[in-house]
Design a protein around this ligand. Structure first.
Ligand code: ARG
Length: 439
């Protein structure tokens, strides 16, 4: 079958993001028969597609006229994940954004296949309550404002059992595998788990919510030590061995998972205003985030580090909110890229029973100077005499203010009377002496 199909006279074409699950399988049929589209499917492999050909066959059997499968693993890491790692972006300080980073890439591929096949619409299987619909709709709007976006699952009023009934009625095969009690999305950068028992934020996530990581208590007590090398902010080696991005991330997911590293349990604020309990497994993401910060701590100035923390928050939020294809992300990315020039070096970490511990870091461009930091007098090159003059100036505004306004301060009230105190006096010492100002 050629990639370029001629558009039939009266049937508009729609490109559907296809995972092969129940929702998108029913959607192929629904878009064809309820909406009159000729359906082309697109499946993007971001690291979790076991059998691409099987997926294509499923799509065609459900009624699609063509089924595209794209191996997007490497581009996902180089163009979405690593820039985000360099930015230091964690949504609400904890979520490395695996799902949120995958969506704009899939949206871009949908748009490109739509252009290539002359489609007038794209479709996705997201619900009305999640963030993922936002990411698809907004990204497609940014890349191809003229394309119609159809969201069958948001439109039809079928629940899961009705979908199964619909599939049976129309001879659609539903995966025979036992249905997971959770809603899961996974790619190379992490696995996101929601719903089911997890909806009670007080309840500990059951063991079956996890697939990539062992429980910390089950992990080997001796742990593992791993060395990671970064080249201008990009991880390139594990334990001295050069690895392609995909292999490097796969290896850290495996190693971290074996040591119970990478679990996140978070009550998260969705863009649609809902608080939601989310469980993540992201061993490679958390290991690399820790390691990357360690190289930055040596190689970036205090001011860049401080400003970059604000950028990280902005980056995390815009990514989470589906604004990847925005001027803000482009500008922040230019800033982040400009900070990574010297972020080259090595980090040694211990992974042990769920914990990541930093053991050491080094960089050829390290700003750490032992001769300045040391407390060994003989090696010390810091100019101690300069401290007095520096502090005279640095403290000047506070001394000025204290002299003029100090009596109005809360701190002018004696604190000693309000706290318990023990005084032990030497036999011949009269403690009532002194002027009360430490003299
Ligand atoms: N809460 C995460 C996010 O908004 C994960 C969403 C997971 N999606 C899913 N279909 N289970 O990025």
């Amino acid at each position: 079958m050629g990639r370029f199909l001629t558009v039939s006279e009266d049937r508009p074409r729609c490109v559907l993001a296809f995972s092969g699950g129940l929702d998108t399988t029913v959607a192929v049929h629904w878009l064809t028969h309820q909406r009159g589209f000729e359906v082309v499917t697109l499946s993007a492999d971001l690291g979790e597609t076991a059998d691409p050909e099987e997926l294509q066959q499923r799509s065609l059997r459900a009624g699609a006229v063509a089924a595209h499968v794209v191996d997007a693993k490497q581009i996902f890491l180089t163009d979405f994940v690593f820039p985000s790692l360099q930015a230091g972006a964690l949504y609400q300080g904890v979520y490395p954004l695996a799902t949120a980073l995958g969506r704009p890439l899939i949206a871009r591929l949908l748009v490109e296949v739509a252009r290539e096949t002359g489609a007038s619409a794209v479709a996705h299987g997201c619900t009305a309550k999640g963030n993922d619909q936002v990411r698809f709709d907004v990204a497609v709007g940014a890349l191809a404002p003229a394309l119609q976006v159809v969201a069958p699952v948001r439109e039809w009023s079928m629940g899961r059992s009705e979908e199964i009934a619909y599939a049976e009625e129309h001879g659609l095969e539903v995966k025979a595998t036992k249905e997971s009690p959770y809603s899961v999305d996974a790619n190379l950068w992490g696995r996101s788990v929601e719903t089911g028992i997890l909806e009670d934020p007080w309840r500990e996530p059951p063991a079956d919510a996890f697939d990539w990581t062992v429980a910390a208590a089950q992990a080997p007590s001796q742990g593992a030590i791993v060395e990671i090398h970064f080249e201008q902010g990009v991880p390139t080696r594990i334990d001295g061995q050069e690895l392609e991005p995909v292999d490097l991330v796969v290896e850290l997911n495996r190693l971290g998972g074996e040591h119970g590293v990478g679990r996140v349990d978070h009550v998260e604020d969705r863009l649609v205003g809902i608080k939601s309990r989310e469980v993540y497994e992201a061993p490679a993401a958390l290991i690399l985030d820790t390691a990357h910060r360690a190289v930055e701590s040596l190689t970036l100035s205090r001011d860049v580090l401080r400003f970059k923390r604000q950028v990280a928050d902005e980056w995390a939020q815009l990514t989470y909110d589906g604004l990847w294809f925005s001027a803000l992300r482009q500008s922040l990315q230019a800033f982040v890229a400009s900070t990574q020039h010297f972020v080259t070096g090595d980090v040694r970490l211990q992974l042990r029973q769920g914990a990541i511990s930093l053991l050491g870091r080094s960089s050829p461009s390290s700003l750490y100077r032992r001769e300045l930091a040391t407390y060994e007098r003989a090696e010390d090159r810091f100019r101690h005499q300069a401290a007095e003059g520096f502090l005279n100036i640095f403290g000047l505004p506070l001394r000025t203010q204290a002299a003029i306004q100090g009596n109005l301060w809360e701190e002018a009230r004696p604190l000693l009377q309000t706290v318990p105190r023990g005084i032990a006096a030497a036999p011949s010492n009269d403690l009532s002496k002194g002027d009360g100002n430490g003299n």
